[in-house]
Design a protein around this ligand. Structure first.
Ligand SMILES: Cc1cc2nc3c(=O)[nH]c(=O)nc-3n(C[C@H](O)[C@H](O)[C@H](O)COP(=O)(O)OP(=O)(O)OC[C@H]3O[C@@H](n4cnc5c(N)ncnc54)[C@H](O)[C@@H]3O)c2cc1C
Length: 448
């Protein structure tokens, strides 16, 4: 048995999870007794949820366990910025690969439709909002990031709008940004609520086991040890993203990177008035609608104004081999988030952050995910590169089809684009990551 040396932890106050606007409809169940399953899926984020859900549809007779160290919505899938992104990010100054981007867009759209169908069927309030997305720049030197994105959009025939200065401030309630490219297809959600909604809709042949960390694993015999029970299966799927290398898999392909988020309390009516008036010089008649914005620089700040009137800030990228954040790093980040917030919303200086938390994204050098049969009947999905709500959902769906031997052009495309390039082991990885992240943050400057 291999011991799993780092287990998922709660890093800070998980804002989305704690503000889920409904009571969870199903009880939390742990693994209590030794049992055999046809399939064990480890990791109940969007990748694992989609894998288990699609497997259960394809094999209604199979007994499937979906196991997570935390509760659904407490992992990275419930800690993210809540963008379900339809269009691939392309902030590289390279010529866009129109064919690959079209296919990725189609797969993202498929994932959005699947998630939308599930959340409508379940009828839980996940704050689903087709708000679109602004890719925005504060400094003129980052307009080039916007132009590169426009090239991607034109190559795949996607609609967009460019907004500058006052027209942009009227939408956002801040004059901070000089220019943005708006695309309409992105969805904003409370991601923890969405993950719980998806879990609540899993077919009855899936047994969801939460608060059940896998402490040891024997991949050859397909056995896992959890605190109270030893579980075995014919097939194991690792959908553990940034934790995957702790299972002895994908070590030279992925790098876990910590990033952090804060969420204010909801703005009151006076603050809403001030938010709107200051940014629009009292000219706007309507309130500011919920919006989401990512930065023209990859190390810049992500910002949202939510449907329940909160402001969300995400920035900072740290390589943290412990796979958990410390109280000190959270304290430092709170100060930095406050600076980013005040730079954008000086008219609302007294609105406090109610929650600040950390979470991991799992990156690969060439942005291609790990999607593979590692050894007979052991499958792995990892390396979502910060866009795992949509990507995890479609990769999980097609992983289930791969396991069941179903063929499709979509699966062929995924298999052909899942070859992550090699990453050197530590200490080279750690040194390289520190240098690269510090450089990126320095270059991002005003976008942070
Ligand atoms: C602050 C932040 C903002 C982000 N913003 C966005 C965004 O707006 N849009 C977007 O698409 N993506 C975003 N991301 C990335 C996104 O959250 C991830 O890509 C996504 O969560 C990946 O899903 P997953 O299911 O593959 O992995 P995860 O969500 O990480 O799920 C893996 C699961 O495995 C479990 N696990 C690990 N080890 C064990 C073990 N030993 N035993 C049992 N269970 C285990 C974990 O508890 C976890 O629940 C963001 C991430 C962060 C941290």
């Amino acid at each position: 048995m291999r011991q799993i040396k780092r287990l998922p932890a709660i890093d800070g106050q998980l804002g989305w999870f704690e503000s889920v606007p409904f009571i969870r409809p199903m009880p939390v169940q742990q693994a209590e007794k030794n049992e055999h399953f046809d399939v064990i899926v480890i990791g109940a984020g969007f990748s694992g949820l989609a894998t288990a859900g699609r497997l259960a549809e394809l094999r209604p007779e199979a007994r499937i366990a979906l196991v997570d160290a935390l509760e659904v919505g407490q992992g990275a899938s419930g800690r993210n910025a809540g963008f379900i992104i339809d269009i691939p990010h392309n902030l590289d100054p390279t010529e866009p690969d129109a064919q690959a981007n079209t296919k990725a867009r189609d797969l993202n759209t498929f994932a959005i439709q699947r998630l939308q169908r599930i959340q409508e069927q379940q009828g839980l309030e996940v704050c689903w909002h087709q708000a679109g997305k602004y890719l925005a720049a504060h400094e003129e030197k980052h307009f080039s990031g916007l132009s590169d994105f426009v090239k991607t959009l034109e190559a795949i025939g996607e609609p967009y709008e460019i907004l500058n200065g006052d027209a942009l401030a009227k939408k956002l309630g801040t004059h901070y940004y000089k220019r943005a490219v708006y695309t309409p297809g992105n969805i904003l959600v409370n991601p923890a609520a969405l993950a719980i909604s998806v879990a609540s809709g899993l077919p009855p042949n899936v047994t969801l086991l939460e608060n059940t960390p896998v402490q040891e694993i024997d991949l050859a015999n397909k056995v896992i040890q959890t605190p109270k029970a030893r579980l075995s299966a014919n097939t194991i799927v690792l959908a553990t993203n940034a934790f995957t290398e702790k299972f002895g898999v994908a070590s030279n392909q992925i790098t876990p990177i910590f990033t952090y988020a804060s969420l204010t309390r909801p703005l009151n009516d006076n603050e809403m008035q001030c938010f709107k008036d200051k940014a629009t010089e009292n000219k706007a008649t309507e309130n500011i609608a919920p919006w989401g914005l990512t930065s023209a620089h990859p190390a810049g700040t992500t910002v949202r104004f939510t449907s329940d009137r909160r402001i969300f800030i995400r920035n900072t990228l740290n390589y943290q081999p412990t796979l958990s954040s410390t109280g000190t790093s959270l304290d430092k980040v709170k100060v930095k988030h406050r600076q980013s917030y005040l730079a954008r919303f000086p008219q609302l200086p007294d609105v406090p952050f109610e929650y600040t938390w950390g979470g991991m994204i799992c990156v690969t050098m060439n942005h291609q995910p790990v999607f593979t049969e590692h050894t007979p009947n052991v499958y792995v999905i990892a390396g979502m590169n910060g866009v795992g709500v949509a990507k995890g959902t479609y990769l999980g769906h097609y992983m289930a089809e791969y396991i069941c031997g179903k063929q499709s052009p979509e699966l062929d495309f995924i298999l052909n684009h899942s070859v992550p390039s090699w990453i050197p082991p530590d200490p080279f990885r750690s040194v390289g990551a520190h240098i690269r992240l510090s450089f990126e943050e320095y270059m991002a400057k005003g976008e942070v």
